[in-house]
Design a protein around this ligand. Structure first.
Ligand code: NDP
Length: 247
């Protein structure tokens, strides 16, 4: 019996990287986990791995840019699994370009996934959590939303938006036993950061207090903490998991 046993968790973008690590770690802590992303085969593989390790997990298709699809999934999860206690808004993309070369489509694509996507899933989830009188909403932002990064004006704007979103929602929902927090990773070793050149990697390592890239598990551990009983008095916070890249 883990400390999250009896809880139902939904993780968006759970097919790989940080989302998959969050799904595995939440299941290891005892939660029943719904792994969701656009690629059913990939999330099914993650869910199967969790079941093989003795956890409870199911896979569902979800494109977070579609509000109705998100609302239908949240409703289905709550009805069939007995509620929704933990939401991890993890799905995210980058579409980098120096600002003057950035096409409006790149701006909109990143906003649609990283910012609208969080609204689309959290809106129906918060309604369920209010009825339940219990909930944990954890959103993966980025230190880039706090410190900026050349070539990422769209991504940084969306991630900074999530910080304001988190703090506002924390103030709205705190009296209803729902906490709302964000986790801001620095550079984590996933497909998203694979494209770094050796020179960029060396420059990056020199700017870190802990001179290594983070792992998806480094982020997942903080997500599990925020979902657990030890974090019941923490809300509206942004916790950096960046090896000291931003402090
Ligand atoms: P990956 O690119 O490895 O994974 C992204 C995940 O998001 C995939 O599972 C993908 O699944 C899913 N996804 C993308 N678009 C959608 C969509 N429209 N609907 C549903 N799911 C979607 O990235 P990371 O694991 O590195 O990143 C995860 C989160 O962490 C993101 O929000 C990212 O911004 C943030 N982050 C990452 C950092 C890093 O260094 N890696 C640093 C700071 C923040 P599928 O393709 O199957 O839909």
């Amino acid at each position: 019996m883990g400390e999250l046993s009896g809880k139902v968790a939904l993780v968006t973008g759970a097919s790989q990287g940080i989302g998959a690590a969050c799904a595995r770690a939440l299941a290891q802590a005892g939660a029943q986990v719904v792994c969701a992303s656009r690629r059913l085969e990939a999330v099914e593989e993650v869910a199967a791995g969790i079941r093989q390790a003795g956890g409870v997990a199911v896979a569902r298709t979800l494109d977070v840019t579609h509000h109705e699809e998100a609302a239908a999934l949240v409703e289905e999860v709550a009805q069939t699994l007995g509620g929704l206690h933990i939401l991890v808004n993890n799905a995210g993309i980058t579409d980098d370009q120096l600002f003057l070369r950035m096409k409006p489509e790149s701006w909109r694509r990143v906003m649609a996934t990283n910012l609208d996507g969080v609204f689309n899933v959290t809106h129906p989830a918060a309604r369920i959590m209010l009825k339940q009188k219990e909930g944990r909403i954890i959103t993966i932002t980025s230190v880039v939303g706090l410190m900026g990064n050349p070539g990422q004006a769209n991504y940084a704007a969306a991630k900074a938006g999530l910080v304001g979103f988190t703090k506002s929602l924390a103030r709205e929902l705190g009296s209803r036993n729902i906490t709302v927090n964000a986790v801001a990773p620095g550079y984590i070793q996933t497909a998203m950061t694979e494209a770094l050149s050796e020179e960029q990697r060396q420059r990056l390592l020199a700017s870190l207090a802990i001179p290594r890239l983070g792992t998806p598990e480094d982020v997942a551990a903080v997500v599990v903490f925020l979902a657990g009983p030890g974090a019941s008095y923490i809300t509206g916070e942004v916790i950096n998991v960046s090896g000291g890249l931003y402090m």
